[in-house]
Design a protein around this ligand. Structure first.
Ligand code: ADP
Ligand code: MG
Length: 246
């Protein structure tokens, strides 16, 4: 079984005006170590999907499986990153990154936690900044730190909800490269929600396209570009194919 498996998920929110069907036939399968990008129009249920995988919500119908287990409630073994990194201002960058280890591995000695966090901070170019407070860093650096925090405990899946959406184009491309470098150093399974088709194809091994109201999985594109795909050929190949479908 794949690391993340979503089978025919249907979900409606209850609102004052009655049930609001959001997802109606969501299918997704991410093999271990793969990077799955999810694209779809605003309001189609992408953030809802992240909550279902993290176990923060139960679907009305269908199943969500993570690492071979049926998801029934909140899971500690996921890592999450959002558009606006939620870093604790009263903690240093290092102590922010360490946080999940305090929860998941309370008996791990502090020096081992520090070593693990420093290893990641180093990979994303933040060594030397570990004793700074979040507000002393740029937006791109804060997002790097939040990515380190999201994978420090080696989660079953890293879930990212439009993590680079608030960054300027240069910083965003920088972060794409960081993401690639992280994956190469330390393989992990990822679910990336994004509005940016280039981003989805640059980072994804597969791109899942959601659309419709309520939304369903419309199309799954297997990205066949080489792992070291250059940015400038993206428009001519997979993105072109996807635009055609959308
Ligand atoms: P996306 O992330 O793709 O923009 P969301 O998953 O955030 O979409 O939301 C999908 C739809 O569900 C939207 O119409 C949104 O307004 C609605 N929605 C999201 N969360 C709730 C909620 N807690 N209660 C009621 N409606 C919600
Ligand atoms: Mg959203």
């Amino acid at each position: 079984m794949a690391q993340v498996e979503i089978r025919d998920v249907r979900h409606a929110y209850s609102t004052k005006a009655g049930p609001l069907p959001v997802l109606d036939g969501l299918e997704l399968s991410v093999p271990e170590g793969d990077f799955c990008a999810v694209v779809g129009p605003s309001g189609c249920g992408k953030s809802t999907l992240t909550r279902l995988v993290a176990g923060l919500m139960k679907p009305d119908e269908g199943e969500v499986w993570l690492h071979g287990e049926l998801v029934k409630g909140p899971r500690k073994t996921v890592g999450m990153a959002f558009q606006n990194p939620v870093l604790l201002e009263w903690r240093t960058i290092l102590d922010n990154v360490i946080l999940p280890l305090e929860i998941v591995a309370p008996s791990m000695p502090r020096k081992d936690r520090v070593a693990r966090a420093m290893e990641l901070l180093d990979m994303v170019g933040l060594s030397g900044f570990e004793n700074k407070r979040p507000s002393e860093l740029s937006g791109g650096m804060r997002q790097r730190a939040s990515l380190c925090r999201a994978i420090v405990h080696k989660p079953d899946v890293l879930i990212m909800d439009e993590p680079f959406g608030a960054l300027d184009a240069f910083t965003r491309e920088d972060l794409w490269q960081t993401m690639r470098a992280l994956r190469q150093a330390e393989p992990f399974t990822a679910l990336l929600i994004t509005h940016d088709l280039r981003e989805s194809v640059y980072l994804g091994d597969q791109v899942v396209v959601l659309s419709g109201r309520p939304a369903r999985t419309q199309y799954v594109l297997d990205v066949t570009l080489p792992a070291d795909r250059p940015l400038d050929i993206l428009y001519t190949q997979e993105v072109g194919e996807m635009l055609h479908v959308l």
